[in-house]
Design a protein around this ligand. Structure first.
Ligand code: FE
Length: 330
């Protein structure tokens, strides 16, 4: 009897541990965007994935409060500004992985390897095809010119997407020029800033304004609902730094209990096998340069993207908020 128990115990210890493991992910990316990939990964490897979804800020607060007791192995969130913040708060741990270095271009990951981009989102100009000719458009900066007076709609400066956009403008132009651009934008506003990108586009479609700045996947969602919508995307700054891009991404938590298994999942998410779907589920662009975007996303055309490291969006976030506040951009 005793021998049998010992034999069973030995057998249990000898079994590969990873197949028994359950990884826990805290995700600011919504369930319908991650579940299909997690299910595919479980089917492939036997590794189970638990997740909770919430907004970025509460997830970070929760990770901090839980400290060493957190069940989370991975934090997945959107915007380099948020990932940078999480790293700064000390909840993410560096990962040395040749696979991640190979799959994720250098400017789309943390220089200290605490987070890695998994999809790229472009924040670009959207315009009314009824009232604007694309030839009238050129750059984000040009939206500050007097010709756009009363014709511009923007989303609130409280949203991290705009803080990141402005942070990258500071990186390119410095504070003084960025301030002038922000003042020009505020002067040109047709109405008070909107709470989200979709409302911004609906205002343009309704004739309340003519141009705006939005993330392309929101445009995609609107286009799917109403293929006849009289809006189009424009790729600005093509003779300069390029379109402002940002990422969704993930990092391994400081107190991960299943660190190696979580790193393997992260590597897989960056792989050619997973990237098409990861990006396509939210109409974004893959980070892995070997993978092409899905058809609808590709139909918006190719563009040159800014290649500054997205970590600057976090580093310059406080300055960006200050400048937007001073310019009266609410
Ligand atoms: Fe979004």
């Amino acid at each position: 009897m005793k021998k049998t128990i010992i034999a069973l115990l030995t057998l249990a210890i000898a079994l590969p541990v990873y197949a028994e493991e359950t990884i826990t992910v805290y995700s600011a990316r919504k369930e319908h965007l991650i579940k299909p990939l997690f299910d595919a990964y479980t089917e492939k490897t036997g590794v189970k994935i638990q997740y909770i979804t919430d907004k970025a800020a509460p997830l970070l607060a929760r990770l901090k409060a839980e400290g060493a007791n957190t069940p989370a192995d991975m934090l997945m969130t959107v915007d380099a500004g948020n990932l940078w913040q999480a790293a700064k708060e000390g909840v993410l741990s560096p990962v040395q992985s040749d696979t991640l270095k190979k799959n994720v271009p250098e400017h789309l990951r943390d220089p200290d390897n605490r987070w890695f981009g998994l999809s790229v989102r472009a924040r670009t100009i959207v315009y009314s095809t009824e009232r604007v000719q694309p030839s009238e458009l050129s750059s984000y900066e040009d939206l500050a010119a007097p010709k756009w007076k009363g014709r511009l709609c923007l989303r609130t400066s409280k949203k991290v997407y705009n803080q990141s956009l402005v942070a990258m403008m500071i990186a390119r132009h410095g504070e003084e020029k960025t301030s002038q651009i922000l003042e020009g934008w505020v002067n040109n506003l047709a109405t008070a800033p909107f709470s989200n990108d979709t409302k911004t586009m609906q205002a343009i479609a309704a004739g309340q304004c003519d141009v705006g700045i939005v993330n392309t996947y929101y445009f995609g969602r609107l286009q799917k609902k109403d293929p006849e919508i009289k809006l189009a995307l424009f790729w600005p700054n093509q003779d300069e730094a390029g379109v402002h891009i940002n990422i969704s991404g993930a990092g391994i938590t400081q107190h991960a209990k299943h660190r190696n298994a979580a790193i393997q999942l992260l590597e897989w998410l960056s792989s050619e096998e997973a990237q098409q779907q990861f990006a396509a589920l939210n109409m974004e662009y893959p980070v892995n340069p070997k993978v092409t975007p899905d058809d609808l996303v590709a139909s918006w055309g190719k563009f040159k993207a800014d290649d500054l490291n997205v970590a600057l969006a976090g580093k310059l976030q406080t300055q960006a908020i200050k400048l937007m506040d001073r310019a009266g951009y609410r």
